[in-house]
Design a protein around this ligand. Structure first.
Ligand SMILES: [Zn+2]
Length: 239
């Protein structure tokens, strides 16, 4: 049986002397794996389709549960993400997010579109790569069921403009009046950067973007027990 699917290559592992097993996040069927033959040989025709981040239209042949790539056309390689270390870690964080949250066969067209648009933005966009990554994480966490509540204090509903506390267990912010000692104090700058990301007005890198990245990294690890290593690396080089 043949299948045609659009997918983002998440990565691959060597298989035998010349082959690889690819991990691909597809629009149609979520994350699938597929063997791609001969791609470790010099001049291999389908080599481009085995590189992480590449957006490819694949043709798979499927026998039982096993897929093999029999054709591929490149939609976008997002090449600039390979040339700049900040872009590289931002794109890496997007791909890792999918690997951690979308196990095999979980179909999420919404996440797929977010991933394509984030990689495009990181590679070519007007926003900085970090801003694009924050926008992606805020939206993708929502789709994955780990939404950060940015609508004000989670208890009284007031807009927070003084001291602010974040409850990592629930993903909610609290004002000083309602703080019940479960949250941890964070900077209002962090909250404002996340609110701006949520309504599409976060534009430039500043102290707020770095703080927002740190909160997101900590939140994802605390809440889901998943580490996004590229995000950790990105935060390290931001100092
Ligand atoms: Zn409150």
């Amino acid at each position: 049986m043949e299948e045609k699917m659009s997918g983002i290559v998440l990565g691959g592992v060597s298989f035998g002397e010349n082959d690889k097993i690819l991990n691909v996040f597809t629009l149609e069927q979520g994350v699938v794996s597929a063997k791609i033959k001969g791609v470790k040989k010099a001049g291999a025709k389908l080599k481009f389709a085995s590189e992480p981040f590449c957006f490819v239209e694949f043709i798979f042949s499927k026998t039982g549960a096993n897929r093999t790539v029999i054709g591929a056309s490149l939609i976008d390689s997002f090449y600039p993400v390979r040339e700049d270390i900040v872009k590289y870690f931002c794109a890496g964080a997007v791909v890792e997010f999918v690997k951690r949250f979308y196990l095999k066969d979980i179909v999420s067209p919404d996440t797929f579109l977010l991933v394509v648009s984030a990689l495009k933005g990181i590679a070519y966009g007007d926003n900085t790569p970090k801003v694009t990554l924050i926008n992606f994480l805020v939206s993708a966490l929502k789709v994955a069921g780990f939404q950060i509540n940015l609508s004000g204090c989670a208890h009284c509903g007031d807009k927070i403009d003084g001291r602010v506390f974040f409850d990592y267990r629930s993903g909610a912010f609290e004002c000083e009046k309602c703080f019940d000692r479960t949250g941890r104090e964070v900077s209002i700058i962090t909250l404002n950067a996340l609110i701006a990301a949520d309504n599409g007005t976060l534009k430039e890198d500043d102290i707020g973007t770095d703080k927002a990245l740190k909160l997101l990294e900590y939140y994802i690890e605390y809440r889901t027990d998943e580490k996004i290593n590229s995000l950790k690396e990105l935060i390290k080089i931001c100092h």
